[in-house]
Every structure is written in C-alpha cells, then in structure tokens.
Write a protein that binds this ligand. Structure first.
Ligand code: SF4
Length: 244
C-alpha cells in the first residue's frame, strides 16, 4: 500500500471513530492495518443483526446459487463480449443489509467477486466499522459484467441486467439497501437521480428502506466525503438496531 493510500485509510478510520489499530496483527498480515472495533462487543451485536441461520438461510443460499448458475452464460447485452465472467454477488443470502454498487472493475472481473480492489477494501473497512463482517451483508452490482475500460454502464445495459438484481433482492429480502453511487440508485428507481440531491436521506423502494450514499471509488478520489458516508452508515446502523 502506498503512503497516500495508507494516509487515506487512516483518515477514514479516524473519521469513522476508531481509536486504535492492532499493529501486531497488521504486521503479521503484511497488508492493510487490522481494524479493532471501538466500544461494544461486535460479535454479540452481529448475532442480533445478521439474518437467521438454518433453513431459511440455506433455502435462500441454494436459490441464489442456482440463480447464479443460470445466468453465468448470459449474453443479453454487449458487456458479455468483454467480460471474464459474470460477477454475480457475494455475502449472506439472507442478509438484512444489502449494498448495491455499479459494475465490476478489472479486479472484480478477474476474481468473480464484487468490490475486491482498493474501493472494495474501503467498503470492507466501512462494513467493519459498522460492527459487521463482509460475510454478514450481501454485495452486488447494478450490472454483472465489466464495462470496457471501466466506463459507466449504459442505460440499455442496466435495463438488460436489472431483472437479475430484482431477483437477487427478491431472494435475499434485505430490510435495508445501501446504494453506492448513482447507478445502483438509478437501477432501483429506474430513473436518473443526482446522488448529491438524495445522499443520506432515506428513500422508500417497494416498502424497503434505501440509503443512497457515495461509491467507495469516489471516496478514494475525495477523502473529505468519507465523513458524509459515515454519517449515512450511522443512520443505517440505527435502523438495524446496531449501537453507534
Ligand atoms: S451485464 Fe447483465 S445483462 Fe449484460 S451480459 Fe452481463 S449478466 Fe447479462
């Protein structure tokens, strides 16, 4: 990690309320610093906010896996021609909290998992700061295949892929959806909405609570906006009954 990236990471942690880092664990990993959550026992909190385990979760997991298999060869839009693989989504199949981003980037396209590059690491840190683990939530994108040169997805591509996201939401049944950036929001509401006009405000989508916030990639370019995102995530934590 470069000095600049490390500085940004530490600034986020400071902004979102962490008081110290476990440097021994960080050295052992030879990677980004390990985050130690402040305040109360995150394990206890997590048990009360993640989806139920057992039959319901197993059913949703099996249905999601089957659905992922069914769209693995999708060629409904032009993005099929440039992808390595369909990036379906990852996480708890019965998550109470779902994040929706834009589309896979290069790292995601190669790994087959959303949010695994620098922006993904930042999202993971935000999730940890919310006293959750990445595997407690569900993470997906508005389009499942990588747009060439990481360009924005086109409206017809989002429209073609939208039913897949709808089906994922239908299977997961999250109580709260956080849209990251404008394309997740646009896909849900089927219209273009300026993120700056709605960021941080609860929206209703088919009876579900939706919190629009900035995309982690935007935060990498504009670290000052991290405070806004943390403010939004505190609202989400309150909605889910997680002590801030
Ligand atoms: S982006 Fe969606 S609709 Fe387009 S090819 Fe990929 S899976 Fe199919």
């Amino acid at each position: 990690m470069s000095d600049g990236a490390l500085r940004e990471e530490l600034e986020l942690l400071r902004d979102i309320g962490f008081t110290h880092l476990d440097l021994d664990a960080a050295r052992a990993r030879v990677g980004p610093p390990t985050v130690v959550a402040p305040a109360s026992d995150s394990t206890v909190i997590r048990e009360s906010v993640v989806a139920p385990s057992g039959g319901q979760s197993d059913d949703a997991g099996a249905a999601l896996a089957e659905f992922a298999k069914s769209i693995a060869e999708c060629d409904l839009c032009r993005l099929a021609s440039g992808r390595t693989q369909v990036v379906f989504g990852v996480g708890n199949p019965s998550a109470r909290l779902m994040f929706i981003g834009e589309g896979p980037g290069r790292d995601e396209d190669i790994k087959g998992e959303p949010f695994v590059g620098r922006a993904g690491e930042l999202l993971t840190d935000i999730i940890k700061a919310m006293k959750l683990r990445r595997e407690d939530v569900y993470i997906a994108n508005a389009v499942k295949c990588r747009p060439p040169e990481n360009r924005n997805p086109e409206p017809d591509e989002m429209e073609a892929c939208r039913p897949y996201l709808m089906r994922q939401i239908d299977l997961i049944q999250p109580e709260v959806i956080v849209t990251l950036g404008r394309f997740g929001l646009q896909t849900l509401f089927e219209r273009s909405i300026a993120i700056s006009s709605v960021r941080g405000q609860w929206m209703d989508w088919n009876g579900r609570r939706v919190m629009p916030t900035y995309h982690p990639a935007y935060l990498l370019r504009n670290p000052a906006a991290k405070k806004d995102v943390w403010s939004d995530m505190k609202k989400v934590m309150a909605e889910l009954g997680i002590a801030v």
